[in-house]
Design a protein around this ligand. Structure first.
Ligand SMILES: Cc1cc2nc3c(=O)[nH]c(=O)nc-3n(C[C@H](O)[C@H](O)[C@H](O)COP(=O)(O)OP(=O)(O)OC[C@H]3O[C@@H](n4cnc5c(N)ncnc54)[C@H](O)[C@@H]3O)c2cc1C
Ligand code: FES
Length: 270
């Protein structure tokens, strides 16, 4: 019988991978989640705590998927603390996916915004020339560099890490590297996910050069299916109309990059 993706499916955690002191990947078996499109997310129920939206991380084992979580508030910390053998609930997949161009591609990920970028890397064509930028505050917070190089081993590629404090890779904000690269080369597609200020700057820079650019937005979500309105950015519902939007569209949205909604739905400045 076909699974109703709005019903919660219970999965057992089979493996826990420590990526950094504050980021873990939890691997589980689920055929549907193992095949989601790049950019799609799931609503993840952490028993007894809450439900959170999470991008669906790849697993290199067939039939498996994962979540890569950074511990932050009570819900993400509850997810982070789950051990092998414990259970979580999943509904979805939800949301649209990146519109993948061919040729010279630039991917820009910050923090757990790298999760949809890893899946996107599994969709590139063999001749695509891929540059992945990984932005982190400091050396301890860099993850997925080895995985990305491995996923891209058959493509012409570069994986460039930037750290704000210069403790690893190039020193500075990842958007400084975006500026340098879009001034040097004409990319056929630019894709980004991470903190909204980072995405805003990336979209602005790519758009100013006339490049095709898409960003995957992370906003407060409660229902995940277009009912509650907690994820709206202007007129757009991120869970239902996105999470991925074209740069042109985003730059015409007066909230993107400037305002977010708190848990009570009230607009606040970034
Ligand atoms: C599409 C999408 C994909 C995401 N993918 C990842 C990922 O791969 N890894 C990762 O670590 N984080 C991801 N996040 C962020 C994650 O959902 C949480 O927001 C974050 O972990 C902070 O949670 P918390 O522990 O502070 O929540 P708490 O403070 O414990 O609770 C937050 C409350 O707000 C609700 N809430 C729903 N959405 C959000 C939101 N976006 N921000 C804050 N609260 C929210 C929760 O249901 C809960 O009621 C994603 C968010 C979105 C929208
Ligand atoms: S999370 Fe409820 S409308 Fe998007």
């Amino acid at each position: 019988m076909q699974r109703n993706h709005n019903h919660t499916t219970i999965c057992k955690i089979e493996k826990v991978i420590d990526e950094t002191p504050t980021v873990r990947t939890l691997v589980f078996s689920d055929e549907l989640m193992s095949n989601v499109l790049p950019g799609q997310f799931a609503m993840v129920w952490i028993p007894g705590i809450n439900e959170l939206p999470m991008s669906v991380m790849i697993s290199q084992e067939a039939g498996k998927a994962a979540f890569t979580v950074r511990k932050h508030g009570p819900a993400s910390t509850g997810l982070f603390n789950l051990k092998e053998g414990q259970q979580l609930g999943i509904r979805g997949p939800y949301g649209n996916s990146f519109d993948l161009k061919q040729g010279k591609l630039l991917l820009v990920g910050g923090g757990t915004g790298l999760v949809p970028m890893m899946r996107l890397l599994t969709f590139v064509k063999p001749n695509d020339d891929v540059t992945l930028l990984i932005g982190a505050k400091t050396k301890d917070e860099v993850f997925f560099e080895y995985l990305a190089n491995n996923l891209l081993k058959n493509n012409p590629h570069r994986v460039i890490v930037t750290t704000d404090d210069g403790s690893y890779g190039e020193k500075g904000f990842v958007t400084e590297m975006v500026e340098k690269l879009v001034n040097q080369s004409k990319f056929d597609g630019v894709y980004t996910c991470g903190p909204e200020k980072m995405m805003f700057k990336t979209v602005q820079l790519a758009h100013s050069k006339g490049l095709f650019v898409q960003a995957s937005l992370e906003r407060m979500m409660k229902c995940g299916v277009g009912i509650c309105g907690s994820c709206c950015v202007g007129e757009d519902l991120v869970c239902k109309d996105g999470t991925i939007f074209d740069g042109d569209h985003l730059l015409s949205n007066k909230e993107f990059g400037y305002f977010y909604r708190n848990k009570a739905g009230i607009l606040e400045n970034y």
